[in-house]
Design a protein around this ligand. Structure first.
Ligand SMILES: *Cc1c(COP(=O)(O)O)cnc(C)c1O
Length: 223
């Protein structure tokens, strides 16, 4: 029988070492997360603030909670005590607020900057040009309680593998450009978060070192 444990273990066999797996548990009940936890999974990704907060209260304290969805500024305060990595920073306003909230509660938080390279109009994130314009050395140096540790992105929602590959390539090359310029000498800038259930092998092929997989582990979501 297919269980969370068996699907997780099958998936792990396919993921090369050096690639971190975020188990995307949004919309799944705490029991499903607990099963993955008992199979050794420690990184879980959630896309809604109240759900992340509730699950963090219910599940073991050694879990790393990643926020992967669109983050509204009025939700930053709620997740700040629980979150270890925010994947989805896409504005100066949000970045500044995260830094202030982290400072307010006396912690440091890691974030990824979200790139928009997909062909969909509605997706969040900054274009490569917008991101290169935003992330200036003075801005990065001004952050006292936030470490920008890399980038996150999604490929176009299509079956066209070449299109997907080109999108991932663009994310990876934007990362490389940033790593060699504004983040040169900052070894913490090392994360390329891209790839989901249907396209993660292409993402890994194109240089992802963090993948976000939900459906393959937990099955379909019931919204
Ligand atoms: C839901 C989600 C995922 C996981 O998608 P699956 O297709 O279930 O693997 C990955 N990344 C983000 C940003 C998501 O919102």
């Amino acid at each position: 029988m297919e269980t969370v444990t068996s699907r997780l273990n099958d998936l792990r066999k396919l993921i090369p070492s050096g690639v971190e797996l975020v188990a995307v548990s949004k919309f799944h009940p705490a029991g499903a997360l607990r099963e993955a936890y008992e199979a050794g999974q420690r990184i879980f990704g959630e896309s809604r603030a109240p759900e992340l907060v509730a699950k963090a209260g219910e599940l073991p304290g050694d879990i790393s909670w990643h926020f992967i969805g669109h983050l509204q500024t009025n939700k930053v305060r709620a997740i700040m005590p629980h979150v270890s990595l925010i994947h989805s920073v896409d504005s100066l306003k949000l970045l500044t607020l995260i830094d202030a909230e982290a400072a307010r509660i006396g912690r440091t938080v890691d974030v990824l900057m979200q790139l928009h390279v997909a062909r969909e109009e509605t997706k969040f994130g900054l274009t490569p040009d917008e991101m290169l314009g935003l992330l200036t050395p003075p801005l990065v140096e001004s952050l006292t309680n936030t470490r920008i540790t890399g980038v996150m992105g999604m490929a176009s929602n299509t079956d066209d593998e070449d299109r997907i590959r080109r999108d991932f390539h663009e994310i990876r090359s934007t990362f490389a450009h940033l790593a060699s310029t504004v983040f040169a000498g900052r070894p913490e800038f090392k994360v390329v978060s891209m790839g989901m259930s249907h396209d993660w092998p292409i993402a890994v092929d194109e240089g992802a070192n963090m993948i976000r997989v939900g459906t393959t582990i937990f099955g379909d979501r019931e919204y």
